[in-house]
Structure formats: C-alpha cells, structure tokens
Design a protein around this ligand. Structure first.
Ligand SMILES: Cc1cc2nc3c(=O)[nH]c(=O)nc-3n(C[C@H](O)[C@H](O)[C@H](O)COP(=O)(O)O)c2cc1C
Length: 171
C-alpha cells in the first residue's frame, strides 16, 4: 500500500472482531513503534501489551465504553519522563511528542497489515497506572485498542481544508 493510500485507509476503529492478533503480527506492529524517530534518540517509551481477560477488564474500567470492550487486546503506549529529552533553554519535556510519533507509526503499520486501531487518551491515567503497576516516572499516554475491524467500510474523512491550515511566512 503506498503511503497516500495508507493515510486514507487508516481510521479510528471502534468495533473489533474478537480474535486476538498472533504474536508475530503484534511484534510486526510494535517494531514500527520501535523505529520511530525521537528527540535526541532517547526512545522514551514502553509498549505494554494488555491481552489477559483480567487486565483488559481493569483497563476498560479506566475507559468505560462498550465499543472499547470489543478490542481483543490493547497496547498501552507509556512515556518515560526520566528518559525523555528536555530542551535546554526552557526544559520542555518531549515525552508526549515522542510517544505520539511512535503511536502513529504503530497505527499506520497496523493499517497496512489489515488491522484497526483507535487512539484513546480520554481515560483515567491513575487507574491504568495502578492496573499495570507503572512506576511514577512512567505515564500511560495512549490506550491503543488493536484488532481486525468488524466493519468493512472506511468512513469518509472529516478534515479542515488545506487553505484553513496553511499560511506562508506569517500567521
Ligand atoms: C491524541 C488523540 C486522542 C484521542 N482520544 C480519543 C478518545 O479518547 N476516544 C475516542 O473514541 N477517540 C479518540 N481519538 C480519535 C479521534 O477522535 C479521531 O482520530 C478523529 O476523530 C479523526 O478520525 P479518524 O481517526 O477516523 O480519522 C483520539 C485521537 C487522538 C489523535
């Protein structure tokens, strides 16, 4: 799939088939996260795969939506605030930027391999940290359900026009 088609094919999947991914497929997708660029190559993230019934239940409690429970597994993309690069002149912590790029790599590779994902950030981070026994400097940034989409149709994209987004030389 060429990159333009890949971008158009990826969408937020909110209904999954129940079968979990093979470990081989899962590792293929996580490899795309590993290859993501990061500030000063710090790679300040950990991918926690949640795939047992007990842990999925706990993660779902932190994001209580019926559709979310259809995901056969969830990758919790965690940022490592200790490891991340902080900009010298103002201390800006680049954890979230690095996590976002890794997550995007994962979503696009998953799409290429016929799987669906959905970024989820509107969850209770404290509950997730507790469920996964995360140390204090490790923040759960994204819950990424992943699996085969149930529906076959790709919804049309709702996006601002380029003319709304692009400026030249000044705001
Ligand atoms: C940072 C971020 C956080 C998001 N959080 C949620 C969320 O908590 N729940 C949800 O259903 N979708 C969430 N989404 C998905 C967006 O709603 C979705 O990407 C957007 O509406 C565009 O639709 P598309 O992904 O199908 O192209 C999030 C997306 C991003 C990038």
């Amino acid at each position: 799939m060429d990159f333009k088609t890949l971008m158009q094919t990826r969408y937020s999947v909110r209904n999954y088939q129940p079968e979990p991914l093979s470990e081989e497929l899962l590792m293929e997708v996580l490899e795309a996260g590993r290859m993501a660029p990061t500030a000063v190559n710090k790679q300040p993230f950990v991918f926690v795969v949640v795939n047992t019934e007990n842990k999925l239940k706990k993660i779902s409690a932190a994001y209580p939506r019926d559709w979310f429970k259809t995901a056969p597994q969830v990758i919790v993309i965690c940022g490592d605030h200790r490891a991340a690069w902080k900009r010298g002149n103002d201390g800006k912590d680049h954890t979230d930027i690095d996590v976002a790029i890794a997550t995007d790599h994962i979503t696009l590779r998953a799409t290429e391999l016929g799987m669906g994902t959905c970024w989820v950030c509107n969850f209770d981070a404290e509950q997730v940290s507790k469920a996964l026994s995360l140390p204090d400097h490790i923040e759960p940034v994204v819950l990424l359900p992943i699996g085969r989409p149930k529906e076959a149709e790709i919804p049309s994209k709702k996006r601002k026009s380029l003319s709304d987004l692009v400026r030249f030389n000044e705001y």
